[in-house]
Design a protein around this ligand. Structure first.
Ligand SMILES: [Fe+2]
Length: 272
């Protein structure tokens, strides 16, 4: 199976971002993939904004990227896609900050599963609103874990599984950039990652696709490939972040192998 994985678009109207998104969509279509997966942060700064203030960003995302994409698309929610969680413009917090995302994508729930090409695909909602100094953290709550265990009880042990999460379950980014003794901040990783991964102990977790960190990273741990998929917006529209330029990934999956290629879209940043 040939897959597209793109993440962290951070759609907005400034700095010619819509042109960059249209370029990414065109290049992704040229890959002739069977399925597209998105790792979230479709728009920018929904979390601290009112629904009305970011409506135009959803429109730009839809018009310049999502609607132009040929393959079927499944999307995980990112922290920026929660709208009105902790507004900073004096507006009232949204009673359900996930409502805008669900309405936009026309999905009933932010965690769900699907099937494609012989794979079972699980999309997680990895953002927990805290409202404290961190605003949010990466966490898979009890209700979602219960759903996940229930879901896996119905999936055979030999069926290969692909998991998508915005906030990473496993990464070496902080150790690579800040040294071995650095502990990843709770708003950068899923803090109960082992609890989540333990759910898959008797299953064939083939691939985990992650976003949030805007770098291109590939790890293999106990037979599972973990990929952090760079970012369509690169360093938040400022170019390259720790050596990862604006781009998207193309995967070729075989029963015992994952081939991952990160493709730069060749975007010259307009943001100072
Ligand atoms: Fe994010």
């Amino acid at each position: 199976m040939r897959l597209l994985f793109f993440t962290d678009i951070h759609a907005r109207v400034e700095w010619d971002a819509p042109k960059a998104m249209a370029r990414a969509a065109k290049q992704m279509n040229e890959e002739r993939a069977d399925l597209a997966l998105c790792g979230g942060d479709c728009i920018t700064d929904g979390f601290q904004s009112s629904r009305a203030a970011v409506a135009h960003r959803w429109e730009v995302y839809r018009k310049h990227l999502r609607d132009d994409l040929s393959p079927r698309l499944l999307t995980a929610i990112g922290n920026h896609d929660l709208v009105g969680a902790v507004p900073e413009d004096g507006s009232e917090p949204e009673p359900d900050p996930r409502a805008a995302f669900r309405d936009e994508l026309d999905i009933p729930r932010t965690f769900f599963s699907s099937e494609a090409g012989g794979y079972h695909i699980i999309v997680l909602d990895s953002v927990e609103v805290r409202g404290d100094a961190l605003k949010y953290r990466g966490y898979i709550g009890e209700a979602q874990l219960a759903w996940l265990r229930d879901e896996l009880a119905r999936v055979g042990p030999d069926k290969p599984i692909i998991l998508i999460t915005h906030v990473p379950l496993l990464t070496s980014f902080f150790q690579a950039t800040e040294g071995h003794e650095k502990v990843a901040p709770p708003n950068r990783v899923v803090v109960n990652n082992r609890e989540v991964l333990d759910c898959f102990a008797k299953h064939r977790l083939h691939l985990v696709l992650q976003g949030h960190l805007h770098v291109n990273e590939m790890l293999r741990w106990r037979g599972t490939t973990f990929i952090t998929g760079g970012a369509v917006c690169g360093k938040w529209w400022r170019g390259s972040w720790h050596g990862t330029d604006a781009g998207f990934g193309v995967l070729t999956l075989r029963p015992d192998r994952v081939n991952w290629e990160y493709k730069e879209i060749g975007w010259l940043p307009r943001r100072a």
